[in-house]
Design a binder for this molecule. Structure first.
Ligand code: AMP
Length: 451
């Protein structure tokens, strides 16, 4: 099968050729002709299958004729995260280079003014995260009555992130007569129900996930005590020949701590997590993609779904809590048949999570012992810090003088309950909660990133 048989225009085919693609991926082969007929699509496919081009390419041809009116986009693509939205926008740029389509990106964390300006000029393709879109709609800056094509991408992730009520609301603002393309990596009953409500006689397309990374990735696991993890990572970083590597931490707080520690030890690295302003995230990623930055320390969702080709190494500084995250993380290396290395640094307390990972991938991860760091065993008790009568000053931070001491409530004073901590050290949903935070925890946020 070639791209020529799918019904795409010459200009679009030229852009595809410029991208270096020779053959359509299975999702592209199946979706492109259907999308071009104007039918609804229910696609079960995850990132990495080429699904973005699967809907982008036919949309470019379908929108080639006609003009957008100010504030009235002609098509709408909903993405759960800012990074994915930005990637889709880049795809339109790349594949639409021989067309004159206008696109706009409405994502949290970036200036309203610029986004409103772009809308005012009229856009053919609007790519948005749900919260920001609703904000702009409520400000009267956008009208959705001209949208003829709607794409809801990564629907299961939208569900996990609590975006479904927003999506239902947005869909309610669109014309009934439209084409809807609905994609999800998995099809649990809630997602199918949602799809049933949005789609009319869709063509169902399902493609297998990309080949399991486990086949091309050399996986290793180093088991050390918790306090030795950084030293273990340093030894490994020095021992490996690394073209470029992603280092994953479970918590965004640890991302920053690790970056500081690595920098102190002479490794050049940067952080990527959801608390960073968008421009910095984009800049960091660009530096990593271009090869200027060799090591990137990231949290899961900040890196998830991002198209970062040719990563030679993935390091799990923490064993991921969810086994699927392990597969996602190590899937960043060993792509397209290239060799890759994934090294996990575990501590004895991770035994259960490591066991689940090995069950999921169907094999044991070979152990790697280190030269400078003592190996631990799964059954080991956490290593106790040596205690002396007078605590070592370096290990103890003096309490700041002005820190208020906790006190008992005075008579008649109601004891105020401390509000539930909003998981301060875990990334927010569009950045690093992973896909596993229950929706109810996320509901109050919209794009989950303050504008
Ligand atoms: P996606 O699943 O849309 O995130 O795409 C995953 C990766 O596959 C991206 O790096 C695309 O640039 C790349 N890609 C998409 N279509 C093709 C194709 N037909 N041949 C080779 N690579 C492709």
């Amino acid at each position: 099968m070639t791209f020529q048989n799918l019904g795409l225009s010459e200009d679009t085919l030229k852009a595809v050729e410029d991208s270096g693609y020779t053959e359509p991926t299975p999702i592209q082969e199946q979706a492109i002709p259907v999308v071009l007929t104007g039918r609804d699509v229910l696609g079960c496919a995850q990132t990495g299958t080429g699904k973005t081009a699967g809907f982008t390419l036919p949309m470019i041809d379908m929108l080639a004729t006609g003009r957008a009116r100010a504030r009235m986009p002609r098509s709408l693509i909903l993405e759960p995260t800012r990074e994915l939205a930005a990637q889709v926008s880049e795809s339109f740029e790349r594949y639409g280079k021989y067309h004159r389509l206008t696109t706009a990106l409405l994502i949290g964390g970036e200036s309203f003014v610029d986004q409103e300006k772009a809308l005012g000029r009229g856009v053919d393709v609007l790519i948005a995260t749900p919260g920001r879109l609703i904000d702009l709609f409520e400000r009267g800056r956008i009208l959705l009555s001209d949208v003829r094509v709607l794409v809801i991408d990564e629907s299961d992730r939208m569900l996990d992130m609590g975006f479904i009520p927003d999506i239902e609301r947005i869909v309610g603002l669109l014309p009934k007569k439209r084409q809807t393309l609905f994609f999800s990596a998995t099809m649990p009953p809630e997602i199918r129900k949602l799809a049933d409500g949005f789609l009319v006689e869709p063509e169902e397309i399902a493609v297998a996930p990309p080949a399991s990374p486990a086949e091309t990735v050399d996986q290793q696991l180093t088991l050390v005590h918790r306090d030795d993890k950084r030293a273990a990572l340093r030894e490994i970083l020095r021992a490996e020949t690394i073209e470029n590597g992603l280092i994953f931490c479970n918590r965004k707080r640890d991302v920053d701590i690790l970056v500081k520690s690595l920098t102190k030890h002479g490794f050049e690295t940067s952080a990527l997590h959801g608390d960073m302003p968008q421009y910095l995230r984009t800049d960091t990623l660009d530096r990593f993609r271009s090869g200027e930055l060799r090591l990137l320390v990231a949290s899961d969702v900040a890196a998830r779904g991002l198209d970062i080709p040719r990563v030679s190494h993935v390091f799990n500084f923490d064993v991921p809590i969810h086994a699927e995250d392990y597969v996602h993380r190590i899937g960043r290396t060993g792509r397209a048949g290239r060799p890759g290395t994934a090294i996990t640094i575990a501590q004895p307390e991770d035994a259960l999570h490591a066991e689940r990972i090995e069950k999921l991938i169907g094999r044991d991860v070979p152990r790697r012992d280190l030269e400078t760091v003592e190996a631990a065993n799964w059954g080991d008790e956490p290593k106790r810090r040596r205690r002396s009568a007078t605590p070592a000053p370096v290990e103890r931070k003096a309490a700041p003088k002005d820190r208020p001491r906790s006190r008992q409530p005075a008579a008649g004073e109601e004891r105020r309950r401390r509000p539930a901590a909003p998981a301060a050290d875990v990334d927010r949903p569009d950045t690093a909660f992973g896909e596993h935070i229950p929706a109810f925890l996320l509901r109050p946020g919209r794009d989950a990133q303050p504008a």
